[in-house]
Design a protein around this ligand. Structure first.
Ligand SMILES: C[S@@+](CC[C@H](N)C(=O)[O-])C[C@H]1O[C@@H](n2cnc3c(N)ncnc32)[C@H](O)[C@@H]1O
Length: 393
């Protein structure tokens, strides 16, 4: 480990294989005693360890443990870049606009002996990506982890990523994407939304739809590899194909959801179907209406973990398995409390209705979006009648 001076407000934490200098949490507590990362002079959020660990696992699988070039344009302390270098074999750039963050990044690179592996910069994220694009470097991976919406950085990232490269995006403005602020959702993501029982999934699909459209404007097809919701953020990995034709193809996966709030019926509509008028129905979108996962990537990641004997948090592998099972069904999840209100029955345990639907030959599972949510390919009438049967038992 490199020799780096520590100040009285610094401490060192271990995350994965990295040792990271971060501000002492006790200096930045809210009145309720909870650590508030945004108050610290440099941003380090221990809750995002899951996000970073999953990233490291996917990158190891995607690049087969070999070397690849990455950019982290909004790097905070540099913890993510350092883990990508130490654990996934990446070589790259960690950048942050804040001069103090830049200082932490350089010290953390030195602490982890990575001065020949990661370069630190102190630019605006878009300028940094623009500068790298104008060099001859081929970028294999870009990780966008901003405060709030990632949309201000998407066009530049789509333009800067190399052919076949991967872009990962975190969005923490979930209140907007979940439609607590419809005007903000339209302004930032160009989609109309309304509070519905599957709002968390609608938000994820709006985010993907918006990113796919913004990158298509640069003749880049960004195809989602894995998309999920966790804690208070969304995370999506995209594979980049630099082709206008592929971007046109991908845009066919953008559409709308026709939703009847009275019956809870939901249906995807393509753009051409939207030309018709749907009275009584709420129309949400445009948004992504296709698969939220590329199952082969999950299998590849789990195989890579097993083959390499990676010491990982088993919860993350379990999370990936559950996601791939859940996403076998593309219809947005239903909320059990809303269904039961319409069926006029008490809410059964979630496992009971899932079991009953499976016995009837349908696919059914819990959803990670909501503890009251179920996913199924049974029709609404079939779900309601299954609920009534359970209630009569
Ligand atoms: C959520 S934090 C990044 C956390 C980091 N990726 C991690 O995994 O710990 C967002 C960072 O973006 C930086 N930032 C905000 N606007 C920026 C911009 N326009 N260009 C570069 N950095 C920016 C902030 O200083 C902050 O450190």
């Amino acid at each position: 480990m490199g020799d780096v001076k520590l100040y009285e407000w610094d401490t060192i934490v271990t995350e994965g294989k990295a040792r990271i200098i971060v501000p002492k949490q006790e200096f930045f507590l809210r009145s309720d005693g909870v650590y508030e990362p945004a108050w610290a002079p440099v941003f380090y959020n221990p809750v995002m360890e899951h996000n970073r660990s999953l990233t490291v696992l996917l990158l190891t699988a995607l690049f087969n443990g070999g070397e690849f070039f990455f950019i982290e344009p909004l790097a905070g302390t540099g913890v993510r870049s350092i883990r990508i270098a130490l654990e996934a074999g990446g070589v790259g750039i960690a950048n942050d606009l804040e001069p103090l963050s830049y200082r932490y990044i350089t010290r953390n690179i030195a602490l982890n002996d990575l001065c020949n592996v990661i370069e630190a910069y102190n630019y605006d994220a878009n300028s940094l990506m623009n500068n790298v694009r104008n060099s001859s470097i081929v970028v294999d991976f870009i990780d966008l982890d901003p405060y709030g919406s990632p949309m201000p950085f998407i066009e530049e990232a789509a333009h800067s990523i190399g052919r076949g490269g991967v872009i990962a995006v975190t969005a923490t403005d979930t209140a907007t994407l979940n439609c607590n602020y419809p005007e903000a959702c339209y302004r930032r993501y160009g989609a109309w939304c309304k509070r519905v029982d599957f709002s968390k999934e609608a938000g994820l699909r709006i985010l993907i739809g918006s990113i796919v459209r913004a990158s298509a404007a640069k003749d880049v097809a960004l195809k989602p590899l894995i998309a999920y919701y966790k804690d208070y953020y969304y995370r999506v990995f995209f594979m980049a194909d630099k082709s206008a034709g592929r971007a046109d193809e991908l845009l066919k996966n953008i559409g709308y959801i026709k939703y009847d709030a009275r019956t809870l019926n939901r249906e995807y509509l393509t753009d051409s179907e939207m030309v018709k008028t749907y009275e009584k129905h709420l129309i949400i979108g445009p948004l992504w209406i296709s698969a939220l996962i590329d199952v082969s990537i999950i299998e590849k990641t789990i195989t890579s973990v097993n083959e390499r004997g990676l010491s990982v948090n088993n919860k993350i592998v379990e999370f990936l398995r559950e996601l791939s099972m859940e996403y076998e069904i593309n219809t947005p999840y239903y909320r059990l409390d809303k269904l039961c209100k319409i069926a006029g029955v008490n809410m059964p345990q979630r496992s009971k209705i899932i079991g009953a639907l499976k016995e009837l030959g349908y696919r059914a599972s819990a959803t990670h979006f909501d503890p009251r949510g179920i996913r199924t390919n049974a029709s609404l009438n079939e779900i309601l009648s299954a609920l009534q049967k359970i209630s009569a038992q």
